[in-house]
Design a protein around this ligand. Structure first.
Ligand SMILES: Cc1ncc(COP(=O)(O)O)c(C=O)c1O
Length: 362
């Protein structure tokens, strides 16, 4: 039972549900696919840790060939640095004295790369890290259409120059995220849109280098775009992280294939109140439904209809596979990133047996 004692050595079917299960063979195959794809294109892989928040997984990825990890928060960077990951990109803005102080501490444990889109972020970071006798590398993040953070490309050269002049900061290149282009359905249109967006980045890289501001790092890319991004000349590393798990969003909406669904939610049918409805014990506190609906595995006519906090409602067609109260079923998360954060560990499983509990560090 996965309540207080270890589940290692137990069968998957002995897990108390809902449980977040990681098929280790499929996971390892995905990792190898990512390493191989990046090597083929001479691009580094710096997978995002936001999808797993696990120093154990972080170390496995680096051992497999990742150049380091990408983090979305200061907390993730602290956890990964404490877990022994030496090279960390924080792909988010660090603002306010509390975060700046924590960043200066992380810079004493790992080689850190940060992003800025305004000199106002850089000034206090420069003061804090140089006062601590440390330094961090800095990427200028560009806005390439996502309407989130990022400097306008026309302002980026001035920003890069100013960063390069600050003590404790080493200007190291550019970052951008083409996250607004992941779900373009037409493959040629998607490739074209990503090529255009990233050309803005690589052109700017060329300009900066001509001006004597070298850009050893040009970092882009996520799981929903990496097969295209990895081919873009001038990109030095990609951040695709969720690829290690795969989920329904990446496969169905982003059209990514060649990766295995390594991650599942194990759930139990608690009630079958009507012929067209069954209720499982996995609701919104076990899986995310906002980005894409979780998919029931291997059962015709059984789909997720809606979720409340601790109940999941399945819709059954008249020809649906027969279900029983107490039966376990498995679902592919709609979006792994926002599902994993609801759990305290992954159950790492091989051949139906729990091999390892992998804590998710919040
Ligand atoms: C800055 C940044 N890079 C990359 C990604 C892609 O992450 P993933 O590969 O897990 O989809 C995201 C996702 O939100 C992101 O915000």
């Amino acid at each position: 039972m996965n309540t207080t004692s270890s589940t290692v050595g137990c069968s998957k079917s002995d897990l108390a549900t809902p449980a977040l299960c990681l098929d280790l063979d499929k996971f390892e195959s995905n990792v190898q696919t990512m390493v191989k794809t990046c090597r083929q294109h001479n691009v580094q892989w710096r997978p995002h840790a936001k999808c797993h928040k696990s120093p154990i997984i972080g170390r496995w990825l680096v051992e497999a060939g990742a150049c380091g990890l990408t983090c979305a928060t200061i907390r993730e960077a602290e956890v990964m640095a404490e877990g022994g990951i030496a090279d960390l990109l924080i792909a988010n803005m660090i603002a306010g004295p509390v975060k700046v102080k924590r960043l200066a501490e992380i810079a004493g444990k790992a080689d850190v790369i940060i992003c800025v889109d305004d000199i106002t972020q850089a000034d206090p970071i420069s003061a804090a890290v140089s006062q601590a006798g440390r330094s961090v590398r800095v990427l200028v993040e560009l806005e390439i259409g996502m309407n989130r953070v990022g400097a306008d490309p026309s302002a980026a050269i001035d920003l890069a120059r100013r960063v390069a002049d600050l003590p404790g900061l080493e200007f190291a290149g550019l970052m951008a995220y083409e996250g607004h282009l992941l779900t373009i359905a037409d493959a040629a249109e998607k490739r074209n849109a990503i090529d255009n967006a990233l050309t803005t980045v690589t052109r700017l890289r060329d300009q900066l280098e001509e001006l004597g501001l070298p850009c050893p790092i040009v970092s882009c890319g996520g799981t929903g775009s990496f097969p295209i991004t990895v081919q873009q000349p001038g990109i030095t590393e990609i951040q695709a992280g969720g690829a290690i798990f795969m989920d329904a969003f990446y496969r169905e909406l982003c059209g990514i294939d060649g990766l295995e669904n390594a991650l599942t939610i194990l759930a139990t049918i608690g009630s079958i109140p009507t012929a067209n409805r069954a209720i499982i014990d996995a609701g919104r506190k076990a899986m995310n439904i906002e980005i894409y609906k979780p998919q029931v595995i291997g059962m015709t006519g059984v789909t997720v209809d809606s979720l409340s906090a601790e109940h999941g409602s399945l819709e059954l067609t008249p020809d649906a596979a027969p279900l029983n109260i107490g039966q376990q079923i498995e679902l592919i998360p709609g979006y792994a990133d926002l599902t994993n954060v609801l759990h305290r560990c992954f159950y790492g499983i091989r051949n139906g047996i729990i091999e390892q509990e992998i804590p998710i560090v919040h």
